[in-house]
Design a protein around this ligand. Structure first.
Ligand code: NAG
Ligand code: NAG
Ligand code: NAG
Length: 491
């Protein structure tokens, strides 16, 4: 008897360890998509599930006699920054294209999350050779701690044009529209075609009138989402997506002709360069992985570059392009700030490249030995598990997932009482006491992944510490695809 129950207890303990380290990827996936409803700007639909959020910014663009209502707030503020919003959209679309079959009932919600952005981008790109790239004066906005529903800060709309170009932001919008056209191809053909037609037009504009929106818009975009590493990568990235969406030879020719214009992947990184980084400003790594997948890992320099990238990301590499925390660890480029955007985006690339190598029965010869596709997938899984709670702090970095998660996130809407609880207006600085409050945020921004811990695995759950406690759409977007994969393919 005794022996039996001891064995039973032992088995149970083993099971708990097992369950604990496995994580509930399905639950995390659902939440990671739900987060986007919390970031919505504009008129919310009756199907809105995150009900503490209400309509906001219903007259964006009206002072210019144009309708720019909709889209997403990027993070914990109420500005619509189209450059990171477009990258977010490209990654949501890539998640659906690559892993939509693994999403189950969340597939529809993922499409809704994409459409919320693409409907807005169609408005921003309606007038030929004029492209709206941002709504909301970032200085006015950042000076207030205000709910989006109460917003009374200047909703200035910023545009680029032939005379004042912005090839990085237009290029990324073209990429987002082309990738989204693929995500909608089988479910809404007319919408898919409208997105693709617009992508073609926007790319032509981006490529014909070359320049950085840094120069055209100055302090309205820098230091917020300043384009650090040039616009060439966004142009090639857009052409890559247009090739995937159209199969037209002109686009792959553009990619082949221009890949060498991007800072060389084998030289060392300067100023946030493209090495070991993939995010709203750096697309080089994504181009190499995507082109490799489309060409069966046969075409140079894409295939070698993708191989070099993934080798340099692995913890066993003696010449890593990233740093690992002590552990169990997360990977990070050597530059600081909003750490969790890196493991989510780079894990996405590890997964896509791992699967593509697997489908062509290939391995990679790294300088330190042969690496199999399953090793890439294993490293991606370690990163997701870290985010979900397998880490030294023993907490999940996704709000609302697991037993312990960030409760003091740097997010205006989440930290102020909701309109339902407090219908009266809360003015610009009247939110300050809520910002300083020692109580957890009243509204749970379910699914939001925060900027995350420092490289020594410590985390400060404090609204003041925005680098660590602020969520952002581009942290979550690649994670959607990664979670879908592990939902269907764990154990
Ligand atoms: C944009 O501005 C930043 C900061 O001034 C600078 O480092 C970067 O090189 C600029 N990018 C381009 C493409 O001009
Ligand atoms: C990087 O630069 C070297 C030297 O200029 C060149 O040989 C190589 O082809 C370049 N590779 C890529 C991918 O641009
Ligand atoms: C972690 O790093 C931060 C920033 O460098 C430092 O202030 C803190 O003391 C470190 N914590 C531990 C436990 O090492």
């Amino acid at each position: 008897m005794l022996r039996f129950s001891l064995l039973g207890a032992f088995a149970l303990a083993m099971m708990m360890v097992f369950v604990d380290s496995q994580h509930d990827y399905a639950d995390a996936l659902t939440k990671s998509i739900l987060f986007f409803e919390g970031q919505r700007s504009g008129k919310l639909p009756p199907t809105q599930r995150m009900t503490w959020r209400k309509d906001s910014a219903l007259e964006d663009g009206f002072y210019l006699h144009t309708n720019l209502v909709g889209g997403y707030y990027d993070a914990g503020d109420n500005v619509k920054f189209n450059f990171p919003m477009a990258f977010t959209t490209t990654m949501l679309a890539w998640s659906v294209i690559e892993f939509g079959n693994d999403m189950g009932s969340d597939y529809q919600h993922a499409l809704e999350a994409i459409r919320w952005a693409t409907d807005y981008f169609l408005k921003c790109t309606r007038i030929p050779n004029i492209l709206f790239v941002q709504v909301g004066d970032p200085y006015g906005d950042h000076d207030c701690w205000e709910r989006p529903e109460d917003m009374d800060t200047p909703r200035t709309a910023y545009a680029v044009s032939a005379k004042h170009p912005g090839s990085e932001v237009s290029g990324e919008i073209a990429a987002a529209l082309a990738a989204s056209s693929l995500a909608f191809k089988s479910v809404d053909a007319p919408y898919s075609k409208a997105l693709l037609d617009r992508a073609v037009m926007v790319f032509k504009f981006a490529d014909t009138y070359r320049g950085s929106y840094n120069d055209s818009l100055g302090k309205w975009v820098c230091p917020f989402y300043c384009d650090f590493n040039g616009y060439e990568d966004e142009l090639v990235w857009a052409a890559t997506w247009l090739y995937k969406a159209t199969n037209a030879a002109e686009y792959i020719k553009y990619v082949r002709d221009n890949i060498y214009s991007i800072s060389n992947i084998s030289t060392s990184s300067t100023n946030g360069g493209s090495i070991g980084e993939f995010g709203w400003d750096a697309k080089h790594a994504g181009i190499n992985v995507l082109v490799s997948e489309m060409t069966g890992n046969k075409e140079e320099p894409f295939s070698s570059n993708a191989g070099r990238l993934v080798c340099a990301l692995l913890p066993e590499s003696p010449t890593k392009w990233v740093e690992y925390s002590p552990g169990p660890s997360f990977l990070n480029p050597l530059s600081g700030g909003c750490n969790m955007q890196h493991p989510t985006a780079l894990s996405f690339l590890l997964l896509v490249h791992g699967r593509s190598l697997d489908s062509t029965k290939s391995t990679i010869s790294c300088d330190f030995g042969t690496t199999t596709p399953s090793r890439l997938i294993q490293v991606a899984k370690s990163q997701v598990d870290y985010i979900l709670g397998t880490n030294p702090a023993g907490m999940s970095y996704m709000v609302g997932y697991g037993n312990k998660f960030p409760e003091f996130i740097h997010h205006r809407g989440s930290s102020l009482p909701s309109i339902d609880q407090h219908p009266e207006r809360i003015g610009c600085r009247d939110g300050d006491p809520y910002f300083a409050s020692k109580s957890p945020n009243p509204n749970v921004l379910t699914g939001a992944v925060v900027g995350g811990p420092l490289i020594n695995d410590t985390y400060s759950d404090s609204r003041v510490d925005s680098v660590q406690s602020e969520p952002a759409t581009y942290i979550n977007a690649p994670l959607v695809g990664v979670l879908a994969y592990f939902k269907s393919n764990s154990r």
